[in-house]
Design a protein around this ligand. Sequence first.
Ligand code: ATP
Length: 411
Amino acid sequence: MAMSLKKVWESVTNRRSSCSSSHVDSVITPQSYTGSPPPPPPSLGAFDRLPICVVFQIVKLVGPNEAARLSVVCKSWRSLVSDDRLWMYFLQSYHHDTWNSVFFAETNLQKFSCHIAKSSFMRIYRQRVHVPGAVIVDGGSGYYKFGWSKYACPSGRSATFSEFVNIESPSYFRFRNFFASIYSRMQVKASTQPIVLSLPLRNDDDTESARVSRRQLKEAIYTALFDMDVPAVCAVNQATLALYAAQRTSGIAVNIGFQVTSVVPILHGKVMRTMGVEVVDVGGLKLTEFLREQMQQSNMNLRSLFTVRILKEKLCYVAADYENELSKDTSASLEVPGEGWFTLSKERFTTGEVLFQPHIAGVHTKGLHEVVALCMDHCHAVESTGDDAWFKTVVLSGGTACLPGLVGLDI
Ligand SMILES: Nc1ncnc2c1ncn2[C@@H]1O[C@H](COP(=O)(O)OP(=O)(O)OP(=O)(O)O)[C@@H](O)[C@H]1O
């Protein structure tokens, strides 16, 4: 530590006279920081000879471990290294990919919750180093999924969220049971783990009663979780969280859910219901049912819809050029344990095509590409920001978005 400070000291002493404040701001600033450097602390001993912005830069260079040690040197150093902007920088730079979602959770919590005193970012950093991230719960209408923020996949999934929780009339006790069962399955104490919760809300309903029930749902969740001593809670609309996960705060979130697909414009983290949220009655379930129908027509012997779902998830894809794909040999086989071998050919891509041509499965609604275009038109027409770039970001989410060929398709 002493050696690194000495080296930095030597390198900056020569340059101190040329330090302009605008230059320093651009060097010390974490991505989101636009303010001025902190006010000078009473005395830093020999370091008083350096401009405060240079000292700040040194601390940034020596890293979070050394900065934490500096905080126990004396009150002046403690005051300097406790600056939130320094720890925001460390959070963003040292835990770049893995911890981003947790960082979002903490900042949202401070906005939403009046139950918890504002934590300093130095404390948040310390907690993040010692705990294995936040618990993430996706309360899907088909299945609820749970896992850790530091892993790319959920660790488990179970029966529908709505079996536990009636979204229309949220019950405190049902929520407590729901969360208690998740914490017990994850084998952690509720009081040690922050939680990020994705809420499956109907975004297309903007009536006063819908707004009230959304608010009641959030309040019931916060009350149940804080009564369980959960240290931090962030309950976010599913569509908004999908956008955050793609490291965006504005764009169009397309969630291909279990029963429906929603196309949701979001500006600066806020769902723009007035611009028009589109919902179409095609989701993962419809694709599974359509695949079953096709297999039955081909006289394939099936015992359960679950088998069809496995075949869909393992063998199906979205064709870049549907008509052209029809002329190819696309057959492929898969063994489903306990059920035997199955071979699919054109069903492999006609199933996914239902997203774009719902009528082939008997659903009379617009295709996904048309609905996204319509949503963009609405955003363009409103022009509330004078900026028409934000809605050109389209983020796909939901299990069905994993169908090979869907991402990167030029729709
Ligand atoms: N790898 C995959 N490939 C294709 N489809 C998949 C894959 N994984 C999951 N799915 C499908 O995704 C559907 C479930 O989607 P998802 O888990 O996003 O819904 P949900 O979150 O329960 O519902 P909602 O978003 O409507 O609340 C199921 O039909 C499932 O078969």
